[in-house]
Design a protein around this ligand. Structure first.
Ligand code: SF4
Ligand code: MG
Length: 292
């Protein structure tokens, strides 16, 4: 194991501001443990987060960090990953941020499969704004039922998806292992690694007792093959009909050639080309005396 040194004079991680018992503590501890186990130095990691209780996670670690606009963490993370492939890029956020306002970006992140890890803390609620229903909560209305969104099934339906997993903040050892696998998938340029974590909000939607029994752990099933996309889809939809969800490494495609070769952050810049073009553009705005 390679130790990670954190220089408090350079990076000043904050203490979490989450409620006692919030599932996000488990997610953060698992992320820290995974970074340590892989041995990635702080300056080679960038954590970007969306808006919500979960979005403060990037304040709490001694890596580079960025707090994105609501629902916009994936475009920002994609830009970072493409600009500087030397970085291990981790996007993080909640189910409201990622599956409501940000869901369009999630679909295209699966499609583009840029090599970054996306950790979504799913607590079926908007915790920061005091407990409104998020897209992952089934809503039983007098006139109809609103089905919960299952982002794993969404990802499985897109051909370029290469890694989907679901952890639970109450199953810490497995969560560390899944986080290691997601970070490794992104770091070795195998594409977009999607990790949803069931991370209960003890204040507004305490789902610990329910999920403990409703999750089906595929990692404990020796007959389950995580390389079989059709089987993953079949299991997810079958459990969904029972009000349950699979957890563990649900699908991982075979390794593919390196997808991201762009590296503008480290490219040699031709100053002459840029300065000539700059003057050409600026000269276009020059106002001549006969135009006044
Ligand atoms: Fe966690 Fe809920 Fe508290 Fe937010 S309101 S910090 S999600 S327990
Ligand atoms: Mg939420």
């Amino acid at each position: 194991m390679t130790a990670i040194s954190i220089n408090p004079q350079t990076y000043r991680p904050a203490y979490p501001i989450w409620c006692a018992g919030c599932g996000h503590y488990g997610v953060q501890s698992a992320l820290q443990a995974a970074l340590r186990r892989i041995g990635i130095p702080d300056h080679e990691v960038m954590i970007l987060a969306g808006i919500g209780c979960s979005g403060t996670i990037q304040n709490n670690l001694g890596t580079y960090g960025y707090h994105a606009q609501h629902g916009r963490v994936l475009p920002a993370a994609t830009g970072v990953a493409l600009s500087n492939p030397a970085l291990t890029v981790v996007a993080a956020g909640g189910d409201g941020d990622g599956y409501a306002i940000g869901v369009g970006h999630l679909v295209h992140a699966f499609r583009r499969s840029t090599s970054l890890a996306y950790i979504v803390m799913n607590n079926e609620t908007y915790g920061l704004t005091k407990g409104q229903h998020s897209p992952t909560r089934a809503v039983d209305l007098p006139s109809h039922v609103e089905a919960p969104l299952d982002a794993i099934v969404l990802g499985l339906s897109i051909g370029t998806t290469s890694f989907v997993a679901r952890g639970y903040s109450g199953w810490f050892d497995q969560l560390v292992e899944l986080t290691v696998q997601a970070l490794t998938h992104a770091r070795t340029k195998q594409g977009f690694a999607f990790l949803e974590v069931i991370s209960p909000c003890v204040t507004y939607q305490d789902s610990y007792p329910r999920w403990e029994h409703a999750l089906y752990n595929v990692d404990a099933d020796p007959s389950y093959d995580p390389n079989d996309r059709a089987a993953a889809f079949e299991l997810s939809t079958r459990l969904q009909a029972e009000g349950r969800l699979p957890a563990g490494l649900i699908y991982r495609a075979a390794p593919t050639p390196i997808l991201n070769t762009s590296d503008p952050a480290h490219s040699e810049i031709e100053p002459a080309n840029l300065i000539d073009r700059y003057h050409e553009i600026m000269d276009g705005y020059t106002v001549r005396a006969d135009q006044l």
